[in-house]
Design a protein around this ligand. Structure first.
Ligand code: AMP
Length: 180
């Protein structure tokens, strides 16, 4: 399958749920894509192609939806995966960052030992909306003295301006939506 055909296949597998989890939000439901063998494989492959030039040592992703494709992406890139979790979930010494969602606020924690100082880190999530989660992940990377070399998302909701908030960092996404 060509890259264009794979992208069309993926786009057809992303289901829009208007008004979830609250009025005004159009939720991008990726569960049909994850359930489709070809969709899942090409999502990981296209993400890996976008992210390979960043030459990461580690992929970082946030609970919960950064865990969907993050470990598979890390595996395809020959990297490890570092998990950022909601407060109180990680048992060892953590660093912490506060962040804002398109709908609400929260915090993320990372085991201080899960990324080595100086490591090259790729920040990944399924969806880039306002960029708050990705900024918090970048803050966690800085807190352990490592460096973000790039950002790779399955879906970018470009009309919410997340990439502008992450500028001047290099932000890449498999599927870009310019309207809701
Ligand atoms: P943000 O921090 O605003 O960039 O939001 C990104 C996170 O929130 C991702 O982990 C997404 O899973 C989730 N998210 C935000 N908005 C949406 C949306 N419209 N559809 C699906 N997921 C979303």
């Amino acid at each position: 399958m060509t890259e264009g055909a794979a992208q069309r296949h993926l786009r057809a597998l992303v289901r829009d749920i208007p008004g979830f989890p609250q009025p005004g939000i159009v939720f991008k439901d990726v569960t049909p894509l994850l359930a489709d063998p070809l969709g899942l494989a090409s999502a990981v492959e296209l993400l890996a192609e976008l992210a390979r030039p960043f030459e990461p040592d580690v992929v970082i992703g946030a609970e919960a939806r950064g865990f969907l494709l993050g470990p598979a992406l890390a595996c395809a890139l020959g990297c490890g995966f570092a998990l950022a979790r909601k407060p109180g979930k990680l048992p060892h010494t953590t660093v912490r960052a506060e962040y804002q969602l398109e709908y609400g606020t929260d915090a993320l924690e990372l085991h201080a030992t899960s990324i080595a100082p100086g490591a090259r880190v790729l920040v990944h999530d399924d969806v880039l909306a306002t960029g708050g989660t990705a900024l918090a992940l970048a803050e966690l990377v800085r807190a352990v003295d490592a460096q973000v070399t790039g950002f790779a998302f399955l879906i970018e909701l470009a009309f919410l301006g997340g990439a502008e908030r992450l500028a001047p960092a290099d932000v890449r996404s498999v599927l870009r939506y310019s309207g809701d």
